[in-house]
Design a protein around this ligand. Structure first.
Ligand code: HEM
Length: 491
């Protein structure tokens, strides 16, 4: 035994008793069967069997890092959120990037939106902005989300993603045309997580100290510049290095090359909403910058890798319902559905005490609730009373709502998202198509056609419906796509 060996700590069981032999199972005689009294064997096998928790039902594949958000411009006229209160103020953040449809072990370099989920550990509690790298989304009502995701995931019979399902759903959901035009364009496969923008996508409410409220959209502009992969480059990279995005993020931080994003908002005075040409709460629409220009807010830097991927990334939870005073929801029906869905997913996936884990709990304040116990409760509250009102000095409510009330009218009912003057499902998709360069249009058509052509030969109706939506966005778009698909289906 060397001196170094003598300094090493003793291997123990979970209960802390020394392990005598970690190489050979205890058996009845030499070469005989295992003994029940070898509890080390059973403890190891049993723990190993329970290593996995359910992966996220969407956005299962991801990578994350910690960092700092710094306020660079005064926005206190729009929001009373304390972490945005003065220029120079810094707040710790945790940002998890992800793909949407793939399973936990799937490749990073695929055509799919990227999740961009930011947790701001503010002194008024954690504020989560659970966005994507796209400013819009495929659907505008939460009730369609499970159906939509079923078409992106594995078919119940084949066990694979099926072009039939994807294009059937999109063809029958014309509101997806804008997002699909975005996704099959150049930005549909970012080169890395560092070289893409992030967006809050939904419209959120900001409320200032005077009680006035505004509708805002968040933009995180990459300071590394936008870099994308072509479909061919991505196909190759996904095979050679399935973990390409995760590796790139970790290694860049290890090298001290800290990625940064400039954080901006579009601000709409509350009074504008009713008369705006697009429904400002429709997630399939952007607000053109000419209508509402970008206003700088701050700078986000990622500068620290998690030490333990399972503890800090797999068990991390983000919820669009995690607001802080001065920030709140809008009536966007997608956002409203998400306000329920995430915390429900966390209770199932990580458990009722998920909020207490180091990555998830507030870092700049503490949680003071009367909720207690449950699986893996750590006893943090000691003997404190667990009810309210109480006369033992327990925590009390503020009496001040976090955000402004919104006025509603009309009967209850399963109402479609109201259409404003210029709303239809195609206008912004057509505008985006016409914004692309000729080279980008060619790649867009090739990417779309390559996928649409995979629809089963006897389901020409699915192809026709899908192409028709692009035709309605722009005649040239539809014509070129139809020709490209026809050519590929002839082969
Ligand atoms: C009604 C529509 C939606 C529903 C019901 C929904 C539901 C979910 C659920 C259940 C998860 C898994 C949460 C977990 O297990 O921790 C998730 C993850 C995620 N969703 Fe959504 N989602 C919706 C729309 C959106 C939209 C529009 C965006 C972006 C603008 C988005 C961005 C994300 C991101 C980034 C994650 C991963 C969060 C993380 O890194 O842990 N989702 N979603």
């Amino acid at each position: 035994m060397t001196t170094q060996d003598e300094l090493r700590p003793t291997l123990t069981t979970e209960a802390g008793a020394p392990v005598a032999d970690n190489q050979n199972t205890e058996t009845a005689g030499v070469g005989g069967p295992a003994l029940i009294q070898d509890q080390l064997l059973f403890e190891k096998l049993a723990h190993f069997n329970r290593e996995r928790i359910p992966e996220r039902v969407v956005h299962a594949r991801g990578a994350a890092a910690y960092g700092t958000f710094t306020v660079t411009a005064d926005v206190s006229q729009y929001t009373r959120a304390a972490f945005l209160s003065e220029v120079g103020k810094q707040t710790e953040v945790f940002l998890r990037f992800s793909t949407v449809a793939g399973n936990l072990g799937s490749a990073d370099a695929v055509r799919d939106p990227r999740g961009f989920a930011v947790k701001f550990y503010t002194e008024e509690g954690n504020y989560d902005l659970v966005g994507n790298n796209t400013p819009v989304f495929f659907i505008k009502d939460a009730i369609k989300f499970p159906d939509f995701i079923h078409t992106q995931k594995r078919d119940p019979y084949t066990g694979s993603q099926e072009a039939d399902n994807v294009w059937d759903f999109w063809g029958l959901s014309p509101e997806a045309t804008h997002q699909v035009t975005w996704l099959f364009g150049d930005r549909g496969i970012p080169a890395t997580y560092r070289h893409m923008n992030g967006y809050g996508s939904h419209t959120f409410q900001w409320q200032n100290e005077a009680g006035e409220h505004f509708w805002v959209k968040y933009h995180f502009k990459t300071d590394q510049g936008i870099r994308n992969l072509t479909q061919d480059e991505a196909n190759k990279l996904a095979g050679e290095d399935p973990d390409s995005h995760q590796r790139d993020l970790r290694e860049s931080i290890e090298r001290g090359e800290y990625p940064t994003w400039t954080v901006q908002v579009q601000v709409m005075p509350a009074a504008d909403a009713a008369g705006y040409r697009f429904n400002p709460f429709d997630l399939t629409k952007v607000w053109p910058h000419a209508d509402y220009p970008l206003i700088e807010v701050g700078r986000l830097e990622l500068n620290r890798n998690p030490e333990n991927v399972f503890a800090e990334v797999e068990q991390s939870i983000f919820s669009p319902a995690h607001f802080v005073p001065g920030i709140g929801p809008s009536p966007d029906k997608m956002l409203q559905g998400r306000l329920f869905a995430y915390a429900d997913a966390h209770r199932y996936r990580v458990g009722i005490n998920a909020d207490h884990l180091p990555v998830n709990r507030p870092h700049a304040t503490e949680a003071r609730t009367n909720s207690r116990d449950g699986y893996l409760y750590d006893g943090r509250h000691g003997r404190q009373k667990n009810y309210e009102p109480n006369s033992f000095g327990g925590p009390v409510q503020t009496g001040r709502p976090l955000w402004a009330a919104t006025v509603v009218d009309g009967p209850t009912g399963n109402h479609a998202t109201p259409a404003h003057a210029e709303d239809d499902d195609f206008v912004q998709a057509g505008n985006l198509y016409r914004l692309y360069s000729e080279e980008e249009r060619q790649r867009l058509i090739a990417n779309l056609a390559g996928f649409i052509a995979k629809v089963s030969a006897d389901r020409e109706d699915i192809v026709e419906r899908a192409v028709d939506n692009f035709r309605k966005a722009d005649a040239d778009y539809g014509q070129r796509l139809e020709a490209a698909v026809r050519e590929l289906r002839k082969q």
